[in-house]
Design a protein around this ligand. Sequence first.
Ligand code: TPP
Ligand code: DXP
Ligand code: MG
Length: 648
Amino acid sequence: MQNWNIDVTTFSKTPLLDTIRTPADLRRLKVEQVRQVADELRQETIDAVSVTGGHFGAGLGVVELTTALHYIFDTPRDRLIWDVGHQAYPHKILTGRRDRIRTLRTGGGLSGFTKRTESDYDPFGAAHSSTSISAALGMAVARDLSGGKNNVIAVIGDGAMSAGMAYEAMNNAGAMNSRLIVILNDNDMSIAPPVGAMSAYLSRLYSGRTYRSVRAAAKQLGQHLPKVLADRANRAEEYSRGFMVGGGTLFEELGFYYVGPIDGHNLDHLLPVLKNVRDMEDGPILVHVVTQKGKGYGPAEASADKYHAVVKFDVATGAQAKAKPNAPAYQNVFGQSLVKEAQKDEKIVGITAAMPSGTGIDIFNKAFPDRTFDVGIAEQHAVTFAAGLATEGYKPFCAIYSTFLQRGYDQVVHDVAIQSLPVRFAIDRAGLVGADGATHAGSFDNAYLGCLPNFVIMAASDEAEMVHMVATQVAINDRPSALRYPRGEGRGVEMPEVGIPLEIGKGRIIREGTKIALLSFGTRLAECEKAADELAAHGLSTTIADARFMKPLDVDLILKLAREHEILLTIEEGSIGGFGSHVMQTLAEHGMLDGGLRMRSMVLPDVFLDHDSPNAMYARAGLDAKGIVAKVFETLGKDFKVETVKLA
Ligand SMILES: Cc1ncc(C[n+]2csc(CCOP(=O)(O)OP(=O)(O)O)c2C)c(N)n1
Ligand SMILES: CC(=O)[C@@H](O)[C@H](O)COP(=O)(O)O
Ligand SMILES: [Mg+2]
């Protein structure tokens, strides 16, 4: 690893940036000053993220583009939409949020993504990818319907361009004459190196083989400009400098006017091109901008992941303050368990939708590169691709974050569940995730999968359980199965050598008591144990059970708990409509709610919880030990108060 020794003495000096509170201040500057603004903006971004951590490489790569866009366009009247929004920190600094930039992703602080409630300069909230062109087209059409004149600009990355939604939007936009600007920010990176034919195609465009001459480009572009500008364009060499227009690109076939590629760090190119694009009168335009992820910060440029997301770091050395793990991360346990299973079973294959390291599929890939498939940001396709593999006798493990699987829901229902295909879903980041906030919370999979016939649904209560659950999934060969587990580290429990398939639909008793029963589904089990200790100190004897399965439910266990206790609480890291609802339904159908049992279901509150640390979020949700104890006392009718989010 290179030893960086970056001179940080200039970092606190940002004289021009200090004069900018909003883009209007930027637009008052001379064009010769824009370079300096961009340089200072980069310094400020580096310094801020070194304090907060967060998404980093993508923002560094769009510093010049951000500055140029706000300089040329009349934001917020002109709508600027950042796809995903993880690259929007420089945008936040320029749009009135510099004073809060060091609160990014902390409780009560700025969101790590664009958010409508945060600023007028964020016309569309994001965090899931590939939504920007659709949203921009909607805004452009709304503008046309109401006779407006403003511009609408979507900035989308090459990684995000791999998702079907982007093509659905371009297909629609290309057939309309609505004026819309799409900036393709091509840094040849997703979180991992980008995959797929489209990525290769963009590289070919970039390599310049399909370009026309600069002069021809200017001429062609001139046809789309108001006459006065077109005349000037035909004359002025300056006009065409820095960009080319491709003929017969895929984007042109889709009905877009294609401009590019242009160097996204060269303001002498960016500014005139954006200005001319702004002045074009009709149709959708795609500007292909080539940038470098991590640009301008050596450690980021040099690292394999371009510092996509970082923890706090030392600016001078680039060294990240990574905490020493106390236990293995769930995603790694998943990856390692899958490798072990795959050594015994050659039918096992692993699938990720552009999240190889996040899901632990990178571990599987190292051992079985030929059996690993990164399909790009394409969750819908990932699910149906897995279904196809399953029809041919393969055992696909489709590892997708809970929040991103939402995008593939119809595929889960229609292509997998209805046909009862044995696709194994590894549902990572289940429950609250912390700093990424509401957009990334895995709150809904219990509800959205629980209602589907045929599914087996498990949640690991610790990392050892997870090993057995992966083995269980391998053994389930006649229907789909899902295994959910959270972001972060396990509990540090002893790990089994091999996974042993569990009996389907059977839970386990962890601790025997007489008065209170806590029935946990997932990793809240640890909080149940702490709560039970505290309840014991109050003389309340407590049984703890780990349901292991939400579907099929362990009906015998549930009825036993209901019969033998005064209070039955279910606890899960999910929304209303999940595990607790299924338990309640079962109890009701067995007449167990007709008598004296006091049953309560502890779920996430019916609100979108803002970002904070996971522990703080769970505390707000009342799903920590303190909240569980409080719920028991509330149910008993005793006076035991604790602050939680109010249910609507
Ligand atoms: C639907 C969805 N799937 C996965 C992700 C996770 N994700 C966030 S950023 C990213 C890579 C995006 O690459 P690109 O659009 O090229 O942006 P870059 O980071 O290179 O600027 C991925 C896969 C997501 N946000 N949304
Ligand atoms: C922007 C985005 O969607 C991802 O980068 C996400 O932040 C990753 O989250 P994890 O850190 O949980 O992998
Ligand atoms: Mg990219």
